[in-house]
Design a binder for this molecule. Sequence first.
Ligand SMILES: *Cc1c(COP(=O)(O)O)cnc(C)c1O
Length: 454
Amino acid sequence: MTEPVKYVLDESRLPKSWYNLMADLPSPPPPVLHPATKKPVGPDDLAPLFPTALILQEVSTEREIEIPEPVREVYRQWRPTPLFRARRLEKALGTPARIYYKYEGVSPVGSHKPNTAVAQAFYNREAGVKKLTTETGAGQWGSALAMAGAFFGLEVKVFMVRVSYNQKPYRRALMESFGAKCVPSPSPETNSGRAIWEKNPEHPGSLGIAISEAVEVAATNDDTKYSLGSVLNHVLMHQTVLGQEAMAQMEMAGDWPDIVVGCTGGGSNFAGLAFPFIGAQLRGGKKVRVIAVEPAACPSLTRGKYAYDYGDTAHLTPLVKMHTLGSTFVPPPFHAGGLRYHGMAPLVSHCQELGLIESRAYTQTEVFAAGLQFARAEGIVPAPEANHAVKGAIDEALRCKLEGTARTILFNLCGHGHFDMQAYMDYFAGRLTDQRYDEKELAMALAGLPSVPA
Ligand SMILES: *Cc1c(COP(=O)(O)O)cnc(C)c1O
């Protein structure tokens, strides 16, 4: 009898609540500070940017937060997502390891991002908001929010990092298909964008700059709020539907991961898969090794400093303690646009400080090689970001082979690469090189970190 390769949960098993890791951590992360007073921020400070419901989730220490029925209704279109056992990949690698992957590419826009986009659009609509602004790197977040905006009747304006705007025209078309407006960033439309755009209209942009532009528009318009696709506590929490589903699916498989792997840009897909497992471990369950994989060209967890920093380039956001490369750091224009962020989610950073997770960095060409090995075995072409997780999982599987141990590895295949085929074409043509970040620029960005009273 052949064993199953796919573990599918019935619609009735869709999680009823999001999981909040704050409830189980041995110590809370350091407080978020006001950029001017450097005192802990209160809900009023965040009110111009976010609806109250999301601000309350941001500071909540409740273990479970109920998912509103209208959000679950949308989730049901593609959730629960499948969990696969990568049997052909295991065979190709000749590893005794069992490799599983949670596949988020089945969402309408092809990534995990709608898990939070739908929730955020819902709460904004409930609060009477008319327009949302946001930033996007590769365009996955922008297209997820554009779709969610269409579902809940909100106008969406997306500042898209210019290098990706040029590299990925189909993502832009996707956002526009959902009725959103997409602007290359830095743009002349905002004070923060114009300052940079005037010096260099072809500036490649960065997520830090695009965030400044989107925040500025929301802060200066009463009917407009801002929406972030990663980093914040509530965003990570919305993604925990995928880890909770994966737990039920691992049980179906009669297995449990020894190792959990995810790629990290701002940390949300990684946290979405890993936090429920970390929480179970903290409550006395089985110990899991959790590995965050990031690009060597933008290595916040492995090379950044754990310090208070701004979330954006123009310093409009609150100060959060995180692993950061400095808010002025502009990473080289590599293809995994979703991972080009100078900082890391405060909760993920805190987990690394507590020794609950480890991190490693890989170069662009080695992750594409891993992604293609996966594609040829499993038939799914991963998003360039997801290739980092694939590479992390393959390396662990090869280590099992070397050591002769049959460990269970679970990774998050957070999106497919169908809108990123130009990146693959560049790889085949040998045009994809391993661009190093500029050490001097990193040193300067780190030297410019804000000073915060102890
Ligand atoms: C946005 C994105 C990422 C990076 O963001 P995280 O918040 O770290 O998950 C990674 N993979 C895909 C497919 C994305 O769309």
